[in-house]
Design a protein around this ligand. Structure first.
Ligand code: NA7
Length: 549
C-alpha cells in the first residue's frame, strides 16, 4: 500500500525532482514525487517543438553526481536535441530505480503547513522523536491527501506557459499550438500557411524548420533577438573520450565559472577597451565561429559597460546584415537592446530562414496583434490568413509554477501574498513563514543564469545535507529569518544593479507577463553564490532558525 505520510514530498520530476528523489532514497527517507506530465523530464518532456535543443553543450548539461553515469552515457551531438535529453533523463530514472517513488499524471493542487499543535495531525514518522511535529499537508488532483515533514518544490523555472491574452485567440479554427505544450505525435506543416508569434529561443529554434516544411510562414516579431549560430555538429568520439578522461576536473572548473559552464570558451576575456579595434574584431569573430552562448563572455565587461556592449551588439548586427538579403528585413531583425540582457539565443539557420521566399516578417512591436479571428491573425489593419498558429510566447518564468499551487505557510499565509511585490527568498532555497519548505533553483539563486543541471545538483546536495544535519541534531523545523531574506533580496538586486541586465524587458525581470512585479529574479554569479551557501552551513545555518519542537 502507498504510504501517505512521508518524510519528503517533491513536486516535479524533471532534472531537479528526480535527483532529489535519488538523494532522499540514498538517505533512507520516505519520499514521493508528483509530476503533472505522463513521463519524467520536466522542460524536456513538454518542449517537443521542432528544433528544440539545449543551448549548453551536452557534455556539460548533464549530471555529474555519478562517475559511472557520466562515463557510460554517450551524447551524439555537441548540443543535444530534446529527444536525446529526454532519453537521458529516462535512463537516469531507470538506472537509479526511481520510478516507484514518482507518481506521474498528478498535479499538486495545494500544500499547507500545519503546526502540530494546531492540527493535532502529527501522525507517525520515520524519525521517532518528532512523532508529533508539524507537517506539510499536500492535496493532489486525484483527490488524495498526503503529509510530509518536508516539501521540496522542483517545479522548474520555465514550466508555466505564458499565453498572451489576445482577443479572439480561442476562436481560431485552425491548429493552435504552444511550443511548450507540443503534441507528442508532432505537427505536420506540409502545405500549410503557418504563423509563429514570438522570437525568443523557442521561436528562433523552430522557425527555420517550420520554414522548410510549410507552404508559407509568417513570423510575428515584437522584439528582435540576438542570436549566435550554434555550429552544432555530431560529437566526435575522440572529443567525448577526452572530456570523459577529465570529467571530474572539468566539472570542478565549471563550478568556478560565472555560469557554471563554458569549457570550450577559452580563457576569460579582459576588458573590451584594453584591446585595439583589430583585436576586438578578431575576438568577436573567433567567438562567433565557436558559436553559442560563449559569445557574451568574449570580454569580461560586456554586461557591465554599455559602450563595450555596443561594440559587441554592433558586431552581431553586422552579421545579421551580412546574412539577410533584404536590408529592410535585416534592419527589422536587428535588436537595439543591450546584448545579453534578454537571454541570447543560439540558432541553426535562423536569420537565413528570412531569405526564403515563403517567409514573411511582420513587426508587431510597431503594430501589436489586434486580434485572432477564426481564419488568422490581425495586425496593422490586415489579416494574415493561417491554417496553423504557433505560440512561441514563453513562460511565466521562475514564479509561475509555484503560484499555480495553493501554497500556505505558518498561520495560513499564502505564497502569493508573501510574494505580491516580487519573490522574497533566502538563497533561493527557503523563506520565512514557510518552515521545512525548499525551492530548487528558486528566485534568488543563480538558476537560469547558470548551467541548470549544475545549479540543481548544488541545491539538492545542500538540501540533503541540511536534512541530515537536522536529523543528527534533532531539529524539527528549519526556516529562514525575515532579516536574512530581506538582506538577501537586497543583495541579489544590488548585484543585478551593477550590471546591464535590468535594462530591458526580459523574463528575468518578469517583464514579459502583464501585471507581474518587475524584480530581477536570478542571482548573478554561480561561484560567489555557492561560497555563500557553504558559509551559511559552516556558521551553523546562519540566517535560518532551527527548532526542536
Ligand atoms: P521567451 O524568450 O520569453 O520569448 C517569448 C517571445 O514571445 C518573445 O519574442 C516575446 O516578445 C514574444 N511575445 C510574448 N507575448 C507576445 C505578444 N503578446 N505579442 C507578440 N509577441 C509576444 O520564451 P522562449 O520560450 O522563446 O524561451 C524561454 C527560454 O527557454 C529561453 O530564454 C531559454 O532559456 C530557454 P518580447 O521579447 O516580450 O517583446
Amino acid at each position: 500500500m502507498t504510504k501517505r505520510d512521508l518524510d519528503v514530498i517533491v513536486v516535479g520530476a524533471g532534472f531537479a525532482g528526480i535527483y532529489m528523489v535519488h538523494r532522499m532514497r540514498q538517505a533512507g527517507r520516505s519520499v514521493r514525487a508528483f509530476e503533472a506530465g505522463s513521463g519524467v523530464g520536466g522542460t524536456w518532456f513538454w518542449n517537443r517543438y521542432p528544433g528544440a535543443r539545449c543551448d549548453v553543450e551536452s557534455m556539460e548539461y548533464s549530471y555529474g553526481f555519478s562517475e559511472e553515469l557520466q562515463q557510460d552515457w554517450e551524447w551524439t551531438e555537441r548540443y543535444a536535441p530534446q529527444p536525446e535529453i529526454l532519453r537521458y533523463i529516462n535512463h537516469v530514472a531507470d538506472r537509479f530505480d526511481l520510478r516507484d517513488d514518482i507518481q506521474l499524471e498528478t498535479k499538486v493542487v495545494s500544500a499547507h503547513f500545519i503546526e502540530a499543535t494546531d492540527s493535532g495531525a502529527g501522525g507517525s514518522s520515520n524519525e521517532g522523536s518528532v512523532a508529533t511535529s508539524a507537517r506539510w499537508h499536500v492535496v493532489t488532483d486525484d483527490g488524495k491527501s498526503w503529509t510530509a515533514r518536508f516539501c521540496v518544490m522542483a517545479t522548474g523555472c520555465l514550466s508555466s506557459t505564458n499565453t498572451p491574452d489576445i482577443p479572439g485567440l480561442d476562436s481560431f479554427a485552425g491548429e493552435l499550438h504552444h511550443t511548450s505544450r507540443w503534441p507528442r505525435e508532432g505537427v505536420d506543416f506540409t502545405g500549410k500557411r503557418v504563423g509563429v508569434i514570438g522570437t525568443g529561443s523557442s521561436g528562433v529554434q523552430c522557425i527555420p524548420i517550420i520554414a522548410r516544411e510549410a507552404a508559407h510562414l509568417t513570423v510575428f516579431q515584437r522584439t528582435p533577438n540576438f542570436s549566435i549560430p550554434a555550429h552544432n555538429v555530431p560529437l566526435a568520439a575522440d572529443v567525448q573520450a577526452e572530456v570523459k578522461k577529465n570529467y571530474q576536473s572539468i566539472r570542478a572548473e565549471n563550478r568556478q565559472r560565472a555560469a557554471a559552464f563554458g569549457i570550450n570558451w577559452g580563457p576569460a576575456g579582459g576588458l573590451t577597451f584594453d584591446s585595439t579595434p583589430e583585436e576586438r574584431a578578431d575576438a568577436f569573430e573567433s567567438r562567433w565561429r565557436l558559436g553559442g552562448l560563449g559569445f557574451i563572455s568574449v570580454f569580461a565587461d560586456l554586461l557591465l559597460d554599455k559602450r563595450a556592449n555596443d561594440e559587441a551588439a554592433e558586431f552581431v548586427r553586422g552579421k545579421i546584415r551580412a546574412v539577410v538579403d533584404d536590408p529592410e528585413v535585416a534592419a527589422l531583425l536587428s535588436p537595439d537592446h543591450v546584448l545579453g540582457c534578454k537571454r541570447v539565443c543560439s540558432d541553426t539557420g535562423y536569420f537565413e530562414a528570412f531569405n526564403r521566399e515563403n517567409v514573411e516578417l511582420v513587426d508587431v512591436g510597431r503594430d501589436p496583434v489586434e486580434c485572432v479571428t477564426p481564419t488568422g491573425v490581425v495586425t496593422g489593419g490586415r489579416e494574415f490568413a493561417l491554417d496553423c498558429l504557433v505560440m512561441a510566447t514563453g513562460f511565466d518564468a521562475m514564479t509561475g509554477a509555484l503560484h499555480a499551487i495553493d501554497i500556505r505557510g505558518r498561520g495560513g499565509q499564502t505564497l502569493k501574498d508573501k510574494w505580491s511585490a516580487g519573490p522574497i527568498t533566502y538563497l533561493g532555497l527557503g523563506m520565512s513563514g514557510f518552515p521545512n519548505f525548499f525551492t530548487i533553483t528558486g528566485p534568488g539563486s543563480p538558476s537560469v543564469l547558470a548551467n541548470m543541471v549544475t545549479a540543481i545538483e548544488q541545491h539538492v546536495d545542500w538540501i540533503t545535507d541540511c536534512l541530515e544535519f537536522m536529523r543528527t541534531e534533532g531539529h524539527a523545523t528549519i526556516e529562514a529569518t525575515t532579516r536574512a531574506e530581506t538582506e538577501w533580496v537586497e543583495h541579489v538586486n544590488a548585484v543585478a544593479d551593477e550590471t546591464l541586465y535590468p535594462t530591458c524587458n526580459s523574463w528575468y525581470l518578469g517583464a514579459n507577463v502583464p501585471g507581474k512585479p518587475r524584480v530581477f529574479m536570478p542571482h548573478i554569479g554561480f561561484p560567489p553564490y555557492v561560497e555563500k551557501c557553504d558559509e551559511v552551513v559552516a556558521a551553523g545555518y546562519e540566517g535560518f532558525s532551527l527548532s526542536k519542537d
